[in-house]
Design a protein around this ligand. Structure first.
Ligand code: SF4
Ligand code: SF4
Length: 313
């Protein structure tokens, strides 16, 4: 059985990418499971999807704990423990990372014992892949690495699944997928099928007793007070709200009240200050500010050019 896990962020088409891969397997005659797993409710939060494919019936359920192939659509997740990218990997696992860094650089950085491959951010550095096409590129590469999905099958799967999105989106996705498929010709079939039994002879028990545990034991991190403080949800943010204090009229009962995460505090001068450790970047504050005093700046751009900005000095 092939066991594949895809990691990315909400809004990057992880669910669709898993679906595309599942459909391609199915068209090659495999039994398939594909399912997304959402950890949080918003765009930018880490999510993953998993795909199982077997020539015989699949009776296993649940997330994949020992992946044969891990596909990482967003390389900022690799070193984020909460994203679980490296959970359960073994020296037999192949890691495919969409990144501007090479696979070898990632392998050294992670001290990873298996094969790490980097999917470049578009063939032309001047025209990197748009986020919505990255999933298709990853699936094209994965199809080649698995070695059991032929190019025409890959094309048919994309055409079938993406038809509702229209011809232009379809054409871009097909191009991204086929380019990636061709790029990894030297690695055809490098992903080995896992040794998991498909469990067709599993003898299901009639009843499983699961004694309840005290909540303080079963979910201590949830039960203790102030858990939201302990979870730095600012890591989920892809876009940063930045207050322009020249426009701000000091009415934080508006933005501060509407922030769903209570991350806007009021300073001693009565102006709002954003707690970036916990701001998730939903931009409700931006939408609600009557004086248009909040701008949205992509995190990458902020890190490169505005470092240190965003708060009143
Ligand atoms: S709502 Fe806008 S103007 Fe009012 S305090 Fe918040 S950022 Fe400033
Ligand atoms: S973007 Fe604004 S509303 Fe959303 S969490 Fe951050 S501060 Fe709160």
């Amino acid at each position: 059985m092939y066991r594949i896990r895809l990691h990315g962020r909400g809004g990057q088409g992880i669910k669709t990418a898993g679906r595309l891969l599942g459909t391609a397997f199915f068209r090659e005659g495999f039994e398939v499971q594909d399912a997304p797993r959402y950890g949080a409710e918003r765009r930018g939060a880490p999510i993953f999807a998993y795909v199982r494919a077997s020539r015989s019936a699949i009776n296993q359920r649940g997330i994949i704990r020992r992946p044969d192939l891990v596909i990482v659509v967003d390389d900022t997740l690799v070193t984020m423990p909460v994203a679980g990218v490296l959970a359960g990997v073994t020296p037999d696992t192949v890691l495919l990372i969409h990144s501007s860094k090479t696979g070898e650089r990632w392998r050294q950085r992670l001290n990873f014992p298996g094969l790490v491959l980097g999917l470049p951010d578009g063939a032309d550095p001047e025209h990197p892949l748009e986020p919505r096409f990255v999933g298709a590129a990853c699936i094209g590469a994965a199809a080649r690495l698995l070695g059991v999905i032929a190019r025409p099958t890959l094309i048919q799967a994309l055409q079938h699944e993406l038809a509702p999105m229209g011809d232009t989106v379809m054409a871009h996705n097909l191009k991204a997928a086929i380019n990636a498929y061709d790029l990894f010709a030297d690695h055809t079939g490098c992903v080995q099928e896992g040794k998991d039994s498909p469990a067709i002879h599993y003898d299901k028990p009639a009843w499983i007793e699961l004694p309840p545990e005290p909540v303080a034991v079963a979910a201590p991190a949830i039960q203790v007070t102030a858990t939201s403080e302990a979870l730095p949800t600012g890591l989920w943010r892809t876009v940063r709200p930045v207050i322009d204090y020249k426009r701000c009229h000091s009415c934080p009962w508006i933005c501060g009240t509407l922030c769903p995460d209570s991350t806007i505090n009021v300073n001693s001068e009565g102006f709002p200050e954003i707690d970036y450790q916990h701001c998730k970047g939903c931009l409700i504050c931006l939408a609600s500010c009557p004086h248009h005093a909040i701008q949205a700046i992509p995190e990458q751009e902020f890190n490169e050019t505005v470092k240190g900005g965003g708060q009143r000095s």
